[in-house]
Design a binder for this molecule. Structure first.
Ligand code: 5GP
Length: 210
C-alpha cells in the first residue's frame, strides 16, 4: 500500500485552521489528525488528548530528549510539539496525516520529509484576521495584539509553503485543500511503483523493436 501524505497546515492564529481541519475530517475519511503536545494551559472547553496533550515544561523537555517529537517549537512563550509515534503509524497505514502547526515546525518537517505538503491558510485580509481574533472572545487584548504581531512575522515565511489557501468560505476552502492533497497523490514521488512498472513494460516493447 502507498504511504499516506503528511499534510502540514499552518496559518495565522485566527485564520480558521481548526474549523477547516474539523470539516476535512468530517467530510472525507482518508484523514487522520495528529494531536500535539503543549505547555500552554487549556482554553475553556479544550479536552486532554483531543485538542492537545497538555503538559508541563519538564515533561515536555523529557519528551524532546527521548526523541518522542518529530518537531517542536516555542510559540508565544509556550512549547508545542508533534508526537512521532502516531504520525508514523498512520502514514504507514496509508492515511493522510494532518499536522496543524506553526511555521518553524513546518520548516523542520519539510527538512525531514521533503515530500510532505505544506499549506498556508490565511483570511482574505489582515482586517478580517483582526475581526476573527476579536470575535473569538477567548483571548485578552494583550494576547490578541501578540498574536497579530506574530502573524506579521509569520507572513514573512509564506513563500516557504507549497500552496497558499485563502479561507473566505469554509466549504470552498475545505474542497480546495482536499483537491490539493489529491493532486499531491499524483506527484512522481508517490507514483514510484507505477513509474517503475510502466518503464519496465516499455523497455520490453522497445526490445521488440530493436
Ligand atoms: P494555539 O495556542 O492557538 O492552539 O496554537 C498556537 C500555534 O501553535 C498555532 O499556530 C498552532 O498551529 C501551533 N501548533 C500547535 N501544535 C503545534 C506543534 O505540535 N508544533 C508546532 N511547531 N506548532 C504547533
Amino acid at each position: 500500500m502507498e504511504k499516506g501524505i503528511l499534510i502540514v497546515i499552518s496559518g495565522f492564529s485566527g485564520a480558521g485552521k481548526g474549523t477547516i481541519v474539523k470539516k476535512l475530517l468530517k467530510t472525507y475519511d482518508n484523514y487522520a489528525l495528529s494531536v500535539s503536545m503543549t505547555t500552554r494551559s487549556p482554553r475553556e472547553g479544550e479536552r486532554e488528548g483531543i485538542e492537545y496533550f497538555f503538559t508541563d515544561q519538564e515533561s515536555f523537555k523529557k519528551e524532546i530528549s527521548a526523541g518522542g517529537l518529530i518537531e517542536y517549537a516555542m510559540y508565544c512563550g509556550n512549547y508545542y510539539g508533534t508526537p512521532r509515534g502516531y504520525v508514523e503509524d498512520q502514514l504507514q497505514a496509508g492515511r493522510d496525516v494532518i499536522l496543524e502547526i506553526e511555521i518553524q515546525g513546518a520548516l523542520k518537517i519539510k527538512e525531514q520529509i521533503p515530500e510532505c505538503l505544506l499549506l498556508f491558510v490565511t483570511p482574505p485580509s489582515a482586517k478580517e484576521l483582526e475581526r476573527r481574533l476579536t470575535d473569538r472572545g477567548t483571548e485578552s487584548d494583550d494576547v490578541i495584539r501578540r498574536r497579530l504581531a506574530r502573524a506579521s512575522e509569520e507572513s514573512e515565511g509564506m513563500e516557504a509553503y507549497d500552496y497558499i489557501v485563502v479561507n473566505d468560505k469554509l466549504d470552498e476552502c475545505v474542497r480546495e485543500i482536499n483537491g490539493l492533497v489529491d493532486a499531491a497523490r499524483r506527484a512522481p514521488v508517490r507514483r514510484k511503483a507505477f513509474i517503475k512498472e510502466i518503464r519496465d513494460e516499455l523497455k520490453e516493447f522497445a526490445k521488440g523493436a530493436e
